[in-house]
Design a protein around this ligand. Structure first.
Ligand code: UD1
Length: 397
């Protein structure tokens, strides 16, 4: 059984680490790992492979940066050749980045079954490139592996058949659980600037900030509002801010990068962190301010208060059950919510159903169980066959 797994951007790497580990447990599974090259900097890519012990990709498509159209088209063209050569029985794609959609489009055009891990999440905001990637990937996928109940409901509403939907839990939390102890012991190197205790003392309260979404950083007015709020917050609690390459270029373009070195000394900007470095800081933080998707989930799993500077979330369970508060793109609200956390500790939350570290085991078990039953079938018979194996929209416990 040949499983072709495609990754491209930073959050993908975290999600496939436990999946690939799990695949190793099945001798009948042959795994082929393809890296599209969407993320290519050491800090955005290789560092994650090293720390999470992800095997070196068999193939790197080396597409690099570009407009979304160019990136998508290039990945498809290069992946077509790989699929022709490898003839996988299923293609696994994770998350919602451009590489995810490109892989799904290529597989469906070539007649290969698709498994989408982290299916069904919806922000209902079609201005987000990730939302378009999610909707389209889910429309094409044969196996839809879902992290939270809202995902099942969204997929059913969009007309996806219930026998294709598997509620399995969250592979991001599998990775977190496997790495947390190691992360807590993981040394933070000098080049983060964190060893300068006069700036940040990790034994005292601090906040951790990540911002990189186009909606937050591409509009200078929004970026200024959020940045000014963070400067205010930093007067009360020091902030550590690992800066994504996109964010750095936007801060430079609107003159905030220089100002950051001067008047906002309480905001310590550092390079993009590796997985273990970031998890280490996240687990100790008093609060996290973010516009990331995955960080909303990780803070919920860690019980750390999370203030999300977005109007919507595709991960509503982090708000209804977890530690997440949506503050919108509103500086005053952000400052108010920080005060609430500093005053009473913030939301406590609980761990969502099936976020127990076993999602990847459930996913691989499902694939290994279903795929052999399809091998005797032509592609035309594939969908009938899936319906025939008796796996209904289900919680895979
Ligand atoms: C992508 C994902 C986003 C995810 C994020 C995590 C899409 C649509 N978005 O956004 O969902 O949360 O990754 O980081 O796929 N760059 C570098 N080095 C790199 C990679 C990128 O400098 O290794 C710079 C380039 O200037 C590039 C820019 O960052 O143009 C943006 O990269 P891109 O992959 O297009 O999207 P992200 O903003 O990283």
């Amino acid at each position: 059984m040949r499983i072709l797994t495609v990754v491209g951007a930073r959050p993908n790497f975290v999600k496939v680490a436990p999946l690939l580990d799990e695949m190793k447990r099945y001798p009948e599974v042959e795994t082929i790992l393809v890296h599209t090259g969407q993320h290519y900097d050491y800090q955005m890519s290789r560092a994650f492979f090293e720390e999470l012990e992800i095997p070196k990709p068999h193939i790197n498509l080396d597409v690099g940066s570009g407009t979304p159209v160019r990136q998508t088209a290039e990945i498809m063209l290069r992946l077509e050749r790989v699929m022709e050569q490898t003839q996988p029985h299923v293609m696994v794609a994770v998350g919602d980045v451009n590489s995810t959609l490109s892989a799904a489009l290529t597989a469906v055009k070539m007649g290969y079954p698709i498994a989408h891990v982290e299916a069904g999440l919806r922000s209902l905001d079609r201005n987000m490139p990730e939302e378009i990637n999610r909707i389209l990937t889910d429309a094409l996928a044969d196996f839809l592996f879902v992290t939270e109940q809202s995902g099942v409901e969204n997929l059913l509403r969009e007309g996806r058949p219930k026998e294709r939907i598997y509620f399995v839990g969250n592979v991001m939390i599998d990775a977190l659980k496997r790495s947390l102890e190691r992360a807590r012991r993981h040394p933070l190197p000098d080049d983060l600037g964190l060893m300068d205790r006069s700036m940040i003392n990790l034994d005292r309260p601090f906040g951790l900030v990540t911002l990189h979404r186009p909606a937050t950083v591409d509009d200078p007015t929004v970026l200024r509002e959020v940045w000014t709020a963070l400067e205010n917050v930093a007067a009360e609690i020091p902030l550590i801010f690992p800066v994504h390459p996109r964010t750095q270029s936007r801060l430079e373009a609107c003159g905030l990068w220089r100002r950051a070195g001067g008047s906002s000394a309480g905001i310590l900007r550092v390079r993009p962190l590796t997985y273990l470095e970031f998890l280490h800081l996240q687990s100790k933080a008093t609060l996290v301010v973010t516009d990331s998707g995955g960080v909303q989930e990780e803070t919920t799993a860690l019980g750390v208060p999370c203030l999300t500077v977005r109007e919507t979330t595709e991960r509503p369970i982090t708000v209804t059950e977890g530690t997440n508060v949506l503050v919108g793109l509103n500086g005053t609200r952000l400052i108010d919510e920080v005060h609430t956390v500093l005053r009473d500790g913030g939301k406590k939350g609980r761990i969502p159903n099936l976020w127990d570290g076993q999602a990847s085991a459930r996913i691989v078990r499902t694939l290994v169980h279903v795929i052999p039953q399809t091998l005797a079938h032509s592609h035309d018979g594939w969908h009938d066959c899936l319906a025939g194996v008796g796996m209904a929209a289900q919680t895979v416990a």
